[in-house]
Structures are given as C-alpha cells and as structure tokens.
Design a protein around this ligand. Structure first.
Ligand code: PCA
Length: 192
C-alpha cells in the first residue's frame, strides 16, 4: 500500500486551537490505496519543515500533504505554488518574525505543488463542500513548509503540497465545521 504523510500545525498567534491539526487527527488510518501517517508540527520557521522531513525520512511516504489554518478563507484551498520568501507579520511560536528572507538562498523564486490541485478541488466540491484554488500560501510558516518540501523533493517521485483550511466556528467568521473540514481533506486525498 502507498503511504501518505499528512501534517497539521499547533495553534499560533494567541489562538488555542488550530483546525488543521484537529482535522488531520480525525482522518481515518486508510483512504483509498493510501496508508495515512499523521504528524503535528510546530508553527516555527525552519523547524516546521525540518520536522516533516525527519518524519518523511523515517517512513518514506509517496505523498506529503501539509495542512494549515487560513483564518480569512471560506473554502478548503489546495495551494498552487510556494514562494522563496519568509516575511512574517506576527511572531512564530518561537518568537521569531523574519522579514524579506529567502527560504533557500539561490533557489527558484517559486515552485509549483506536485499534487493534483484541480482534481482535489473537484473532489471536494463533488462531496458538497467548499473547495477553491489558492495562488498564494502567504509568506508565513505554511509557505515555509510548502516551499521547503517542494525544493527538497524536486525531481524525485515524492509528490507534495499544501492545503489551507478555514477557521473552526468558535474562532471567527468565515468558518467551516470540523467534520466538514475532515470530509474535505478525505475527498482531496481520494483524488490522489
Ligand atoms: N497557518 C499559518 C502557519 C500555521 C498555520 O496553521 C500560515 O498560514 O502560514
């Protein structure tokens, strides 16, 4: 059976919950032909991608999907591209807020997700849930993970990418109930 490593973040920015990890935690241990390996990662520049890469070195997944919270979005949004920049508006969970730094000095400006972004969105919508493409994962820790994974696995058979999910209802508006986010992630994985 193929292996999928899927990650969610710890809460950040003073919040007490992060829907990405809450949803990833509730995924079944198998979806379609994939064995699901779940991992919580810290909202810390550099450490977040390193934590994913260490786990990936251990389990040797075929696919890696990192999931994160995007508080202003109403839909579950697979990301099209990661960009080579760290530019934080708020401090990460280690108190660091880099400005205008490259993630990989000398690396390409942008790297496209190697996941089937449009097929995942179609599957989310077919499940009756809000799904849309996103053309920016921002410049905070989520983009740090997306770009770092794409750079690390460029030219290999390991496919990777990122999905942002809305707030939970108790966090603000717009939001999506936790069970809908879980179903949307399942639908996205079923499109792999
Ligand atoms: N969202 C943040 C980092 C952690 C998370 O869940 C982001 O969009 O960069």
């Amino acid at each position: 059976m193929k292996k999928l490593l899927i990650t969610g973040f710890d809460p950040f920015g003073g919040e007490s919950v992060n829907p990405s990890w809450e949803a990833v935690k509730l995924l079944p241990d198998q979806i379609g032909g994939y064995e699901i390996h779940k991992l919580q990662i810290p909202t810390v520049f550099g450490l977040a991608p390193r934590t994913v890469l260490e786990k990936a070195a251990e389990i040797q997944p075929d696919v890696i999907i990192s999931v994160g919270q995007a508080g202003t979005r109403a839909a579950v949004t697979p990301e099209r591209i990661g960009i080579n920049i760290r530019d934080a508006r708020i401090a990460d969970n280690a108190g660091i807020s880099p400005k205008d730094e490259f993630i990989v000095p000398g690396g390409p400006d942008g790297l496209f997700s190697t996941l089937p972004v449009k097929a995942m969105i179609a599957a989310i919508q077919a499940a009756g849930l809000p799904g849309a493409v996103s053309n920016t994962a921002g410049t905070f820790v989520c983009n740090d993970v997306l770009y770092s994974l794409l750079h690390h696995y460029a030219g290999t058979h390991v496919r990777c990418g990122f999905i942002h999910v809305p707030w939970l209802p108790q966090q603000g508006t717009p939001s999506l109930p936790l069970e809908d986010t879980v179903k949307a992630l399942e639908a996205a994985v079923s499109a792999l």
